[in-house]
Design a protein around this ligand. Structure first.
Ligand code: SAM
Length: 204
């Protein structure tokens, strides 16, 4: 119920789940990060005016809209399920009605996360377990290539982190774990955020 109320305050509809019809194992189902988890994350972890956030597998857009509303910074969401993407666009139109005063852009892109061209200004990347490890590796390689071209500090936020993602970041990249944020009342030990940082001068 609290989820729906929070949706209403943003004028969006993001509650519920959606499985892929063909049962793809690489692309995971839609399910939004709980609001209480987002509230907790951003009590501890702050975004600055210069940050630009990308949500890989944004679903109906809850995370981009929440961040845009709370921090008034540019956000990008990428989603490849066509119906879910359409719903994200409807949410954007409705959200924008009450957020006209926030000038930061909201970009929703239809397509594969692994094909997204990481911008030299994107610096915070959000993942709620959207896809298989092979795709995550590709997306992180794209982030690292962008960091080589435009050196900058980069954060990766994992919600509900799976072992393969953690192992890859820890063993095959220079990202370092900087925060572990647990969610009050969590019933599963994966209900937490891990935040990894790539410092400006540590790009491999
Ligand atoms: C668990 S949901 C997370 C939704 C949102 N990030 C949130 O936290 O509220 C994962 C989403 O990733 C999308 N997805 C899966 N594979 C993808 C891919 N390769 N490229 C883009 N989106 C993908 C799914 O359709 C689904 O909507």
């Amino acid at each position: 119920m609290a989820e729906r109320k929070h949706d209403q305050s943003l004028r969006i509809r993001t509650v519920g789940m959606r499985e892929w019809r063909n049962g793809t194992v690489c692309y995971h189902r839609y399910e939004a990060t709980p609001y209480k988890a987002l509230d907790r994350l951003f009590q501890v972890y702050k975004l600055n005016k210069s940050d630009k956030v990308v949500d890989f597998g944004c679903g109906r857009g809850r995370v981009p809209f929440y961040i845009h509303h709370r921090f008034q910074i540019p956000v990008t969401g990428i989603e490849v399920h066509d119906k879910t993407y359409e719903e994200a666009l409807q949410n954007k139109a409705s959200y924008r009605q009450q957020a006209k005063h926030i000038h930061a852009p909201i970009r929703l892109k239809y397509g594969l996360a692994e094909h997204y061209e990481v911008k030299g200004t994107d610096n915070t990347f959000y993942f709620f377990n959207p896809f298989a490890i092979e795709i995550f590796r590709q997306v992180v390689r794209n982030i690292l290539r962008s960091a080589e071209e435009e050196p900058r500090t980069i954060d990766i936020i994992l919600y509900y982190p799976v072992a393969e993602y953690k192992q890859f970041l820890q063993m095959h990249t220079s990202f370092q774990l900087i925060h572990r944020v647990t969610v009050p009342g969590a019933t599963h030990k994966k209900e937490k955020f891990l935040i990894y940082r790539l410092k400006h001068n540590r790009i491999t």
